[in-house]
Design a protein around this ligand. Structure first.
Ligand code: FES
Ligand code: FE2
Length: 366
């Protein structure tokens, strides 16, 4: 059997130093996904998200524009917004009442007079780059980031038919997973484990039907497609068609599910009749929050009796099976006995991902 390479050293998944480096070279330097534009659907809506040690306020201002700011008051550095978000025309710091417009401008600073030494215009909230692709919201902490579309390369064309911008969230489940975020991407990127841990999935899609797109180190996504079995309409517990397929899809597209890891933290699973997303939020080397959402067409959601529970129950079961094995892997990696193991030819995407990780993070001491 040819050599298909070996898994990475455990430090990539366990070391606080690697986790800190990732905050600079991955989450501090790339576009990463934080949610959907519908999270700030109307002017005045704002949300607060914590990523890579930063708290960020994302607003939709009076002109309808989406903005992002560091959640840091320009007076003495106090966190401006507590909680997960809300609706307001202004953001006010709880300390001395400096008040900001939703476009970041400082509009009130009690006891500060405009003059030579103080101009409100100099003390707006500091911006974070924010951009949208097909309804997905991305942030970038780099000072002068490349446009988001350059990072996404050909994905917007590749997935245009799903018209994700038009979809609305039908369900969300948030998981707290005791595993490194990269193990979750690796688990997502192979289906050799499917017959072993996902019996319900194996009934609707054959694990060997997967066809990976060849990856390369410059790519910022990894993925491929799997076939739905004969007579199966979608990924759900019984595989039955309970919704119309998305209107832009070809007959051929409706016979597959496309699974793409959009690096560094969005997992995109495109089904004939819905799109599922996972957003990974690294919390610690051995802990990741995973936000899983199911998105449907507004027409379908408006139909009497619309019910997403078949898709949600199926993937909630599958998710929990995946998190469980990822947590078991995290535990095993901690052992002093652990040494990298061999990959098979069906774990090619994992090797591609490992190359990407090493290029981003560099070597580790072990
Ligand atoms: S620290 Fe925010 S108003 Fe003083
Ligand atoms: Fe799985």
């Amino acid at each position: 059997m040819p050599d298909h390479g070996h898994t990475l050293a455990k430090e990539y998944y366990t070391s606080a130093d690697v986790f800190a480096r990732e905050r600079d070279t991955v989450f501090g330097a790339m576009w990463f996904c934080i949610g959907r534009a519908e999270d700030v659907a109307s002017a005045g809506d704002y949300i607060v998200r914590e990523f890579a040690g930063e708290s960020v306020i994302i607003t939709r201002d009076a002109t309808g524009k989406i903005n992002a700011f560091y959640n840091v008051c320009r007076h003495r550095g106090t966190r401006v917004c507590e909680g997960a978000g809300g609706h307001s025309q202004r953001l006010q710091c709880a300390y001395h009442a400096w008040t900001y417009d939703l476009d970041g401008k400082l509009v009130a600073a009690p006891h500060f007079e405009e003059g030579e030494h103080f101009r409100k215009a100099d003390y707006g909230l500091k911006p974070v780059a924010c951009s949208e692709w097909d309804g997905h919201l991305f942030l970038n902490f780099a000072a002068n980031p490349l446009p988001l579309l350059e990072q996404l390369r050909d994905l917007p064309t590749k997935f245009a038919a799903w018209d994700m911008a038009s979809l609305k969230r039908g369900a969300r489940v948030v998981y707290d997973v005791a595993a490194n975020w990269k193990l979750i991407i690796q688990n997502y990127s192979e289906c050799l484990h499917c017959p072993v841990i996902h019996p319900a999935l194996a009934k609707v899609s054959h694990y060997l039907s997967g066809q990976n797109e060849p990856g390369d180190i410059a790519s910022t996504y990894l993925g491929g497609k799997m076939d739905l079995r004969e007579g199966i309409a979608t990924m759900s517990l019984d595989g039955a068609a309970t919704r119309h397929n998305l209107p832009g899809l070809s007959r051929e597209d409706c016979r597959h599910v496309y699974y793409y890891a959009v690096l560094p933290n969005l997992l995109l699973s495109l089904h004939p009749d819905y799109v599922m997303t996972h957003i990974l939020r690294p919390i610690a080397p051995d802990r990741t929050e995973v936000i899983c959402e199911w998105h449907f067409t507004p027409d379908e959601m408006a139909r009497p009796g619309f019910d997403a529970s078949d898709a949600v129950a199926f993937w909630d079961l599958t998710n929990r099976q995946d998190w469980h094995v990822s947590e078991l892997t995290q535990l095993g990696l901690k052992s002093r006995s652990f040494t990298p193991g061999p990959y098979s030819e069906r774990e090619q995407l994992l090797q591609d991902f490992d190359r990407w990780i090493v290029a981003k993070i560099g070597p580790v001491a072990n």
